[in-house]
Design a protein around this ligand. Structure first.
Ligand code: PLP
Length: 467
């Protein structure tokens, strides 16, 4: 809505949103002046506004609505049944509600590597902050209080709470927030297309990333390095798929210096990359896994941390020494969210969701690859049902457009006019459609994108930025 439409409709939800609501990840002034984009209902991959306009949400909301936006009767029933039986209980002082027990058991059974226990939170950020605290607590318990530093990567996204935002390798999350906190170290983003050097092979680039990691560990002192946090595919950094051989080389370094690996599976978990876990797609060997989003199909807030036996034993023995693990959230293991997560996992199994993703991924890939020859498209990257198309000024040199031109955000505006919601990470447009999408729906989504790409190209030509 623009300012004059908003003034004409002061009682619309959009105008009231502008008046009363301060959003995250939003220009607050613009929202106050223009009002919010209010969504009132969903159906499959589509969401609908107050005025009834339809949008294909190409990012499943925030990489989470795996089953789409329509009501899921089985999840409605699971939530209703739990709310009618026991709407709240907590997990402090050895207490727990029944579905939480079942969910912990199910997640440990589903884990891609042997895991011992599940711990619950409400968001990916909380899960990562909690994982950091577990790691600090563990190294104190093991008598190595100096082993506390944590390494994360350029372009990583681990969330917004104090430790998670510090791990995140995107400057916007640090500017004016007085972050990162001390003890967070940064290493390479494994994006060959962007960071590979002229004449360097993909494997040589992966070796350079691993060598740089080893150099960093040695420079800081291995006895000070506790953990390495990483997403199997960097999502909010622009769907960065690691260079070939990256993970086997990184794993060897982490093992050599006894550095724990935390796999942040908040986007990748539960089928997104064509396996239950990104860990399986890319051959990670994590000690800790954090997960959220698709765990409940995005329908209720819940996150889980999976820890292996070695990690658990150190936490267990220290908690025994102190008389308890002095960390927990009122809603850790909320029974309604847990019942919904448990039912979501059953739906995934009934739908054979991993098989479905694998069967539809080639169509997703074909649709994306069809843009490769477009003059603005530098790189098309994808795995399973997640991907990005990166726009460049020069296909040969990979040179990006001047960020001031806001090419990615401008494409998003054109896409909006064509009824498509797509996420820009600078000039990379990210796609993460519901995992239950059909081929016809994916063709529809990329059709809308193609029209927006044409508008963007026409605009850049008109303005004289490309030939
Ligand atoms: C990989 C990853 N980790 C952590 C988070 C943070 O999760 P939340 O927004 O639930 O706090 C996100 C959110 O997008 C994410 O993509």
């Amino acid at each position: 809505m623009n300012a004059s439409t908003m003034a004409a409709r002061p009682n619309s939800l959009a105008a009231r949103d502008g008046a009363y609501h301060f959003h995250g990840y939003t220009n607050a002034l613009k929202n106050e002046q223009e009002g919010g984009f209010v969504v009132v209902r969903g159906d499959g991959p589509f969401v609908y506004t107050e005025e009834g306009k339809e949008y294909f949400d190409g990012l499943s909301g925030l990489w989470c609505c795996s089953l789409g936006f329509g009501p899921q009767p089985r999840l409605v029933e699971a939530a209703k049944k739990q709310m009618e039986t026991l709407p709240f209980y907590h997990t402090f002082t050895q207490k727990v509600a029944a579905p939480v027990v079942e969910l912990a058991e199910k997640l440990v059974q589903l884990a891609p590597v042997p895991m011992s226990k599940a711990y619950f939170c409400n968001s990916g950020s909380e899960a990562n902050d909690t994982a950091v605290k577990m790691i600090w607590y563990l190294n104190n318990a093991l008598g190595r209080p100096q082993k506390k530093k944590i390494i994360a990567r350029v372009k990583a996204y681990h969330g917004v709470t104090v430790a998670a935002a510090s791990l995140t390798g995107l400057p916007a999350l640090h500017n004016d927030f007085d972050l990162p906190i001390a003890g967070i170290l940064r290493t390479d983003c494994p994006h060959y297309y962007r960071f590979g050097e002229a004449g360097e092979s993909e494997e040589a680039f992966a070796t350079r990333c691993a060598d740089n990691l080893e150099r960093l560990i040695l420079a800081e002192g291995p006895e000070t390095i506790a953990a390495f946090f990483a997403e199997p595919v960097q999502g909010a950094g622009g769907v960065v798929i690691p260079a070939k051989t990256y993970w086997e080389k990184i794993t060897a370094i982490l093992k050599k210096y006894d550095v724990l690996l935390v796999a942040d599976e908040v986007i990748c978990g539960f089928g997104r990359t064509g396996n239950w876990w990104g860990t399986q797609t890319f051959g990670l060997q994590p000690d800790i896994i954090t997960t959220a989003k698709q765990l409940s199909a995005g329908q209720l807030p819940i996150a889980a941390i999976l820890i292996n036996q070695r990690v658990f034993e150190a936490l267990r023995d220290n908690s025994n020494k102190h008389g308890g693990f002095a960390h927990g959230l009122t809603y850790s293991g909320h029974p309604v969210a847990s019942a919904v997560a448990l039912e979501t996992l059953k739906i995934y199994e009934d739908l054979r969701i991993v098989d479905h993703v694998r069967s539809i991924a080639p169509h997703f890939a074909r649709e994306m690859d069809a843009f490769s020859d477009h003059p603005l498209v530098g790189e098309v990257r994808k795995v399973g049902l997640v991907g990005a198309i990166e726009l460049v000024k020069d296909k040969k040199t990979h040179a990006s457009f001047d960020p001031k031109l806001a090419v990615g955000p401008t494409l998003v505006k054109f896409a909006h006019e064509h009824g498509l919601i797509v996420r820009p990470v600078i000039d990379s447009l990210c796609f993460c459609p519901p995992m239950v999408s059909t081929e016809a729906q994916l063709t529809d989504m990329f059709g809308r994108f193609g029209r927006a790409l044409k508008d963007t190209h026409d605009w850049l030509k008109r303005e004289g930025h490309v030939a």
